[in-house]
Design a protein around this ligand. Structure first.
Ligand SMILES: Nc1ncnc2c1ncn2[C@@H]1O[C@H](COP(=O)(O)OP(=O)(O)O)[C@@H](O)[C@H]1O
Ligand SMILES: O=P(O)(O)OC[C@H](O)CO
Length: 494
């Protein structure tokens, strides 16, 4: 009998990955390629959409070749992606009119101020579950229409279309036949009404974005169309934003279950079931997934810079050669040196929402060395997570029993122990930290009839639990220092 595989395409902020799953839901192989981060001006972050497409398709081919499988054995593909990042392209030529404006990009802060001045803050909160921030796609689309010559006119003639990265990949992989997105990605645009489950006309009008630009919104498990892989037609059966896919992949199916993904940013999501719960403590409300005709919601704490701060140690400061070396240098930091790094390189997300905060290092003394800065940078991931978890516990009224972690930086044992210590909550790391790809594969596998949701719960195995061991007094003292440091970075630029 022929083997059956599912491949998840995981298009992240720093790399494109393809991950092969066998019929039992186990990972058999991964292919990965990094791509260029483009920083044209301070606070701007772009990607080349063609490079995204090229790296994503090339890792798919590489995976198939390296694993020696036949295209005919691939039952379905799932797509998961960095969210919010916006691409606008010409529906006739397929050519983007501008680079993809990445979720971390701050150039549209002024458009956000205009929306606030129009009194839309409460409307946005109630209807999209989001806060007005340059993080989301809406103002990025407006910026492209305003700044690319002729774009506004072409858009009003219906010639330009918009998509988040899932939509860009899907459109290209279906040879321009399918212009669609899934509901989780739609919920990150600040243009989608999560109550009515429609594009929001009031916000489209406020931003003057023609509705002809928008993709069709479909469930996360859905047969979107087929793609030609080396002459074989394969169905694309699942799409979800990467953080929602990770929530699914970590089997957080019951209300109150939460995961935290340590990638470029850090994203904690808590399942709230079919209840659309608005946060009183600076969290977002977002769609977790839509499956079998049911929409489920989540509360989310989005931290913009996490692993990216470790990349900054590597590529910006050249303090380390590889991200994983951060653990070694941090463990060498001696003494009671209490240095804090606040990596507010792209402003601050949850729960502060300050587009004007910028990064800083505090507490430097004559004996501060490289090791202390590396350690403080790692600790900043854990402190930011504590800020978010505190908000989540206040919103839900339920203390979290254990935090399920995943993503690249969750491999760092020192960070995970510090995380458990500073939260005073156990941290559980599964054997498979590729939860994002797992979630996307399962959504596709469920739609294709290969798997059931319950198999994810059964397949999930804990590799290591980190138990809190820090005395309360020390925890309180350290965290107070962090809060003080954060306050001093806020509203830094005008
Ligand atoms: N051992 C480690 N310690 C600390 N950070 C790490 C480690 N391994 C990877 N990282 C960081 O994790 C991020 C990569 O994680 P990944 O989940 O692949 O991110 P993304 O999907 O956002 O591209 C990078 O920013 C990298 O610096
Ligand atoms: O690429 P990641 O894994 O850092 O995820 C990015 C998020 O989806 C942004 O909201």
């Amino acid at each position: 009998m022929a083997a059956k595989y599912i491949i998840a395409l995981d298009q992240g902020t720093t790399s494109s990955r393809a991950v092969l799953f066998d019929e039992q839901g186990e990972i058999k192989g991964i292919a990965q390629k990094e791509f260029a981060q483009i920083f044209p001006q301070s606070g701007w972050v772009e990607h080349d959409p063609q490079e995204i497409l090229k790296t994503q398709l090339s890792v798919l081919s590489q995976l198939i070749n390296e694993q020696g499988i036949s295209e005919k054995e691939i039952v379905a593909l799932g797509i998961t992606n960095q969210r919010e990042t916006a691409v606008v392209w010409d529906r006739n030529t397929g050519i983007p009119v501008y680079n993809a404006i990445v979720w971390q990009d701050k150039r549209t802060a002024y458009i956000c101020e205009e929306l606030k001045q129009q009194g839309l803050e409460d409307y946005v909160r109630q209807n999209t579950g989001l806060v007005i921030d340059s993080y989301f796609s809406a103002t990025k689309v407006r910026w492209i229409l305003d700044h690319v010559a002729g774009a506004k006119e072409k858009a009003s003639r219906g010639e330009l279309i918009f998509g988040t990265i899932d939509t860009w990949l899907l459109w290209n992989m279906t040879a321009g036949k399918v212009h669609a997105t899934d509901i989780t990605n739609a919920s990150r645009t600040m243009l989608y009404n999560i109550k009515t489950l429609q594009w929001d006309e009031k916000l489209l009008k406020a931003l003057d974005i023609p509705s002809t630009m928008l993709p069709e919104v479909k469930p996360s498990a859905h047969t979107y169309g087929s793609t030609n892989v080396n002459g074989v037609s394969i169905n694309i059966c699942g799409i979800a934003g990467d953080q929602q896919a990770a929530l699914f992949g970590q089997a957080c199916f019951e209300p109150g279950m939460a995961k935290n993904t340590y990638g470029t940013g850090c994203f904690m999501l808590m399942n709230t079931g079919s209840t659309l719960q608005l946060s009183k403590h600076g969290l977002l409300t977002t769609i977790a997934w839509s499956l079998d005709g049911e929409v489920e919601y989540a509360l989310e704490g989005s931290v913009f810079i996490a692993g990216a701060a470790v990349q900054w140690l590597r590529d910006g400061l050249h303090l380390i050669d590889q991200s994983k070396d951060s653990e070694y240098f941090a463990s060498k930091a001696l003494g009671p040196n209490e240095v804090y790094v606040v990596p507010a390189f792209a402003g601050l997300g949850a729960p502060y929402w300050d587009m004007y905060a910028r990064g800083a290092i505090f507490g430097l003394t004559r004996d501060t060395g490289k090791d202390h800065i590396v350690k403080a940078t790692l600790e900043s991931l854990a402190y930011q997570t504590k800020d978010v978890l505190t908000a989540m516990e206040e919103d839900s009224g339920i203390p979290l029993k254990a935090l399920r972690v995943d993503g690249g930086a969750s491999a760092n044992n020192m960070l995970m122990q510090f995380q458990a210590d500073i939260l005073n909550t156990p941290v559980e790391r599964p054997i498979v930290i590729e939860s994002t790809a797992t979630g996307a594969a399962y959504l596709a596998g469920i739609e294709a009839g290969l798997w059931k949701k319950s198999q994810i719960t059964n397949n999930r195995k804990i590799e290591r639990s980190f138990t809190p061991a820090m005395p309360e007094e020390e925890r309180a003292k350290l965290y107070n220092g962090w809060k003080k440091a954060v306050q001093r970075t806020m509203k830094w630029i005008d």
